[in-house]
Write a protein that binds this ligand. Structure first.
Ligand SMILES: Cc1cc2nc3c(=O)[nH]c(=O)nc-3n(C[C@H](O)[C@H](O)[C@H](O)COP(=O)(O)O)c2cc1C
Length: 181
């Protein structure tokens, strides 16, 4: 198998958990995003980047987008980690649309994207994230209930609670994809 590395940015731990599981399965190197420089990623054939989803954006994705020219001869894999259910196509289309705002056409073609489901513990959120979620909750409750997407309904149902949808089995498609490269 080609030489791979997993790099991740995780605020609340779910992306980190997936990144560790993937690196263990692939027996490859693992780095937190701020602990590796782009130049040090050049030695790998495959770069797997994982980031938590925050207001539609992938945490730390600029590591890939800003340095894309340096990585164009490598295989690039991205996994997102969010609360929205990735089995719901509406949710993955939504993430894809957000990604396409930061990805050029070339990036969209080259980067293989997977979506994994994360976790949230409201009691552990910092003040900024707590305020963002409170605002989102307030805005969502004001919407016409018939217009709510599944993601909105789920957010309302789990608001203020602790939820954990992390599941090791869901990394399998990523592992298979990388092993077949
Ligand atoms: C302020 C805030 C915004 C979020 N925005 C999204 C989002 O747009 N889409 C989503 O699926 N999950 C969203 N989430 C849920 C996180 O993606 C989820 O908690 C994930 O596990 C975060 O990854 P981490 O645990 O590695 O930090 C949000 C969470 C917070 C606190």
């Amino acid at each position: 198998m080609k030489k791979a590395v997993v790099v991740y940015q995780s605020k609340h731990g779910a992306t980190e958990k997936y990144a560790k599981w993937i690196s263990e399965e692939l027996r490859c190197d693992l780095y937190e995003r701020n602990h590796i420089k782009p130049v040090d990623l050049k030695q790998y054939d495959t770069i797997i980047y994982g980031g938590g989803l925050y207001a539609g954006g992938v945490a730390g994705i600029d590591l890939i987008t800003k340095n894309f020219d340096q990585f164009c001869n490598q295989d690039l894999v991205l996994f997102t980690c969010g609360l929205a259910d990735p089995l719901d196509k509406d949710n993955t289309d939504h993430i894809r649309n957000s990604l396409n705002k930061v990805f050029t056409a070339q990036m969209q073609e080259k980067i293989k994207v997977f979506h994994l489901r994360g976790a949230m513990d409201y009691a552990k959120l910092g003040p900024v994230h707590k305020a963002m979620m409170a605002m989102l909750h307030k805005m969502t409750t004001k919407k016409d209930p018939d217009s709510l997407r599944d993601e909105d309904k789920q957010m309302l149902a789990t608001y203020g609670k602790t939820v954990d949808f992390t599941d090791k089995a869901t990394i399998l498609p990523i592992i298979r994809y990388i092993q077949e490269l």
